[in-house]
Design a protein around this ligand. Structure first.
Ligand SMILES: [Zn+2]
Ligand SMILES: [Zn+2]
Length: 329
């Protein structure tokens, strides 16, 4: 199809995260775009682009952000800067827009996973449409493509933890209960989702937040309303899950998660599609080939084999036999 999917070795002999793509552009240049990976040391040849789908640490923007060949959205760059205290030195792409990366016309499509998260789509010299999604919560915005590079965070259809549905009713009930409530939510991603939902549900009072969550939400979330530091009397607070235990015992505490293994009750709210949702996404995108590149562990291979059983051509990262070292980028 005119696309080489490869993994890279790092200088210690292990595999670098996550995946690299080599292709010939419409101008006839052979280019490498690497996805959600760490920066190659400067003494080695550099890829033409470091695509950063979003600012979660397992996508390694904290390393790639220092390269002038990085590409991500403005919100992802902002989140990386706030989270890691470093300047973003790469290129910016508009969310749901079109731009040029290494002279290739690239479109981005928001995936609803975090503030600023996008999929990247482009064509090689033969017009083969390549789409790299990163993590996905909402696939409705994603286009059809020929080669889909995607995730399987909850992609094992045989695992009961990979089947869930956001429980917005429970969330709303807790939000409008008489008591003071605190929601446990990770400071980047879940905390902003929680604030957006709280405002959509019509709660207009101040929301108190732990300082990192507060700074990220103030900078990234549109119409977040009044956000304040953790105080004594706010009706609604949002703190990282491990901070819940430090709050006053008079506050009712819930973790916003699809998982149930927290010391406080969960309200099911996920930043991801579950296994059936990921299958629906692939069916909608209708690719000729699928590469499942994330996360580590067995879920990508389980998701890939499930896709094969449904008639798709699919592999996961550990079955990619093309391995390049730093010297041969
Ligand atoms: Zn993520
Ligand atoms: Zn991820």
């Amino acid at each position: 199809m005119g696309l080489l999917v490869y993994r890279q070795k790092n200088s210690r002999g292990g595999f670098k995260p996550h995946i690299g793509l080599k292709f010939r552009s419409k101008e006839g240049d052979v280019l490498s775009f690497v996805v959600d990976t760490t920066r190659t040391p400067q003494k080695y040849p550099q890829p033409d682009a470091y695509l950063i789908t979003h600012a979660h640490s397992d996508h390694h923007g904290s390393s790639a952000m220092r390269s002038e060949r990085a590409a991500c959205t403005e919100k992802t760059a902002k989140a990386l800067e706030l989270r890691h205290g470093k300047n973003y030195e790469g290129n910016l792409v508009t969310e749901n827009g079109e731009g040029e990366i290494a002279d290739v016309k690239v479109r981005t499509y928001s995936t609803g996973h975090t503030e600023g998260s996008v999929a990247f789509g482009w064509e090689n010299e033969n017009g083969v449409r390549i789409l790299v999604t990163g993590d996905v919560k909402d696939a409705s915005n994603l286009p059809k493509c020929d080669v889909l590079i995607t995730e399987a965070n909850y992609g094992d259809p045989g695992d009961p933890f990979c089947h869930f549905k956001d429980d917005l009713e429970a969330f709303e009930e807790v939000l409008f209960s008489e008591e003071r409530v605190a929601f446990g939510a990770y400071s980047f991603g879940k905390a902003q989702r929680a604030v957006q939902l709280i405002r959509q549900m019509g709660y207009e009072g101040p929301i108190s937040m732990e300082s990192t969550s507060l700074e990220l939400t103030r900078s990234l979330t549109h119409e977040a309303g009044e956000l304040v530091d953790i105080g004594m009397s706010e009706k609604v607070s949002i703190v990282p899950p491990h901070h819940l235990g430090k709050l006053s015992s008079s506050i009712s505490k819930y973790v916003l998660s699809a998982r149930q293994d927290h010391p406080f009750p969960s309200v099911c709210l996920s930043d991801h599609l579950d296994a059936p949702g990921l299958v629906d996404m692939v069916e909608q995108i209708d690719p000729e080939a699928v590469v499942v590149y994330h996360p580590t562990g067995h879920r990508p291979s389980r998701f890939a084999s499930h896709l094969c059983s449904l008639g798709f051509e699919a592999i996961s990262t550990e079955n990619i036999s093309n391995v390049l070292s730093n010297e041969f980028l």
